[in-house]
Design a protein. Structure first.
Length: 230
């Protein structure tokens, strides 16, 4: 069956692997090969990914401090009829990364946005956690300032369903301490190194997991899930 050609003046949101390179979809590869330019959060990382799959495309960087200017450039390219693939460092663009603003600006300009679904750490961790999935609240990354973090967590005590956070290995012990103060009796699941060789799910109370983090060197990016009140 002949696959449809890409549409001009379209921003394609292309999900990329979160660890295992086999997580990329056939559709994602087709879009990356057929687009005019790839807008990437980290051009070096995306360049390595494209090289692995034998794809050569111009790269355009966008990140937290230049997404406003880059959004204007991407919009101009789309108005000229170009096909732009937007990718993030890993997973689905627009989830806790600057791609969200690029999409918003593109939509505001009346231009077409098409998702190319694939790997997403949020979904992978939630579905394999064993915690309730019928209702969940995605928080993303908490603020860095202690007061803002405490206020944000306190506001979540009345939110139903499973809570889902993203966190770096450098702040995981700190987060577990904060969760122990706010949600001491709830079940917490730490999902790390998702889809990679050392993928691991750790389960317990915040205090118990904090002790694990103190005794071990827990590396990799984390998805932290907090189960609802029993």
């Amino acid at each position: 069956m002949e696959l449809p050609a890409l549409e001009s003046s379209t921003l394609y949101l292309v999900a990329t692997p979160i660890g295992n390179l086999e997580d990329i979809t056939l559709r994602a590869l087709r879009v990356l090969r057929a687009c005019d330019v790839v807008a990437a959060e980290d051009t070096r990382r995306t360049g390595q990914l494209l090289k692995h799959f034998g794809i050569s495309k111009p790269l355009l960087s966008y990140f937290q401090f230049n997404e406003a200017r880059r959004s204007e450039e991407i919009i101009e390219r789309l108005r000229r009829g170009e096909k732009v693939a937007l990718v993030t460092d890993a997973g689905s663009p627009g989830i806790s990364d600057p791609g969200e603003r690029v999409v918003r600006a593109t939509r505001a300009a009346g231009l077409r946005v098409e998702p190319v679904p694939g790997a997403c750490a949020l979904v992978a961790a939630l579905t394999a956690s064993g915690l309730p999935t019928e209702e969940f609240h995605f928080v993303g990354f908490l603020p860095h300032k202690p007061g803002q973090r405490r206020n944000r967590l306190a506001a979540l005590t009345t939110v139903g369903g499973t809570l889902v956070f993203y966190e770096s290995p450098y702040r995981i012990e700190k987060l577990l301490g904060e969760l122990a103060a706010v949600f001491p009796e709830r079940t917490v699941v730490l999902a790390r190194e998702l889809t990679k060789k050392f993928e691991e799910f750790l389960r317990g109370t915040p205090a118990a997991l904090r002790e694990v983090a103190r005794q071990r060197s827990l590396k990799g990016e984390f998805v932290v899930l907090v189960g609802p009140t029993r």
